[in-house]
Design a protein around this ligand. Structure first.
Ligand code: DX5
Ligand code: ZN
Length: 214
């Protein structure tokens, strides 16, 4: 399992140190949650802060957009050369066009599905993206409870992926911990995002990240 700590649960007063710590602990990606206060009822960080994160990070960035105007935010973050930029299918009228734009910028495009959204909605998008991010909580906040039917959804998605684009990765985001990581792995997920579990772990981020590498 690849592990992408979500810095949403980090101590923002010590962000550089927090980012250095997860990278030193050999996380695979640094997951950055961008919220606009419209698509989701929360507001997070913009390019100035993400640029600082990019400077401290020695692992690639995984930018998760939770915004209404995806195109605008892709233009803002593209200069930081993240590994992934993911956007929600629920907020985009032209997902195929946007995925191609992201790819042409030299960034791996990914599509995100809210808990209620069926994988069948993106069947014909799969060959244009490098990853599907399945939300296992309603987007907007860290520290929420894992929605278990996402595991069934991951297995349904895997069938579509095998048919349309076997190289496409599956990422899961929300409520991930050492308690559900084996079930997540068995459902065919490649990358686990975890925020509160990693940053609030009593034994520190290294121990937390290691416990998710199953
Ligand atoms: C929620 C964000 C997540 C969040 C996960 O909208 O996309 O990345 O930080 O936090 P935990 O792991 O605490 O559920
Ligand atoms: Zn996220």
């Amino acid at each position: 399992m690849l592990v992408a700590p979500s810095i949403l649960s980090a101590d923002f007063g010590n962000l550089a140190k927090e980012v250095e710590a997860i990278c030193k602990a050999e996380c695979d990606f640094v997951h950055v949650d961008v919220m606009d206060g419209h698509f989701v009822p929360n507001l997070t960080i913009g390019p100035v802060v993400v640029e600082a994160v990019a400077k401290s990070a020695t692992k690639p960035l995984d930018i998760h957009l939770m915004v209404e105007d995806n195109n605008f935010f892709v233009d803002l973050f593209a200069p930081l050369k993240p590994h992934f930029i993911s956007f929600h299918i629920e907020s985009e009228r032209h997902p195929n066009r946007l995925a191609q734009k992201i790819k042409n910028l030299g960034i791996h495009p990914a599509i995100v599905l809210n808990p209620h959204t069926s994988p069948s909605q993106i069947e014909y998008l799969l060959e244009y993206v490098d990853m599907v991010l399945l939300m296992s909580v309603n987007p907007g906040f860290g520290g929420q409870k894992f929605i278990p039917n996402v595991l069934e959804k991951a297995m349904v998605l895997k069938e579509f992926i095998l048919k349309r684009n076997p190289n496409c990765l599956i990422e899961i985001d929300g409520g991930v911990s050492n308690k559900n990581i084996y079930a997540i792995k068995n459902a065919g997920v490649d990358i686990a995002v975890a925020g509160s579990y990693i940053f609030k772990h009593p034994k520190g981020v290294k121990e937390a990240i290691n416990s998710l590498k199953v």
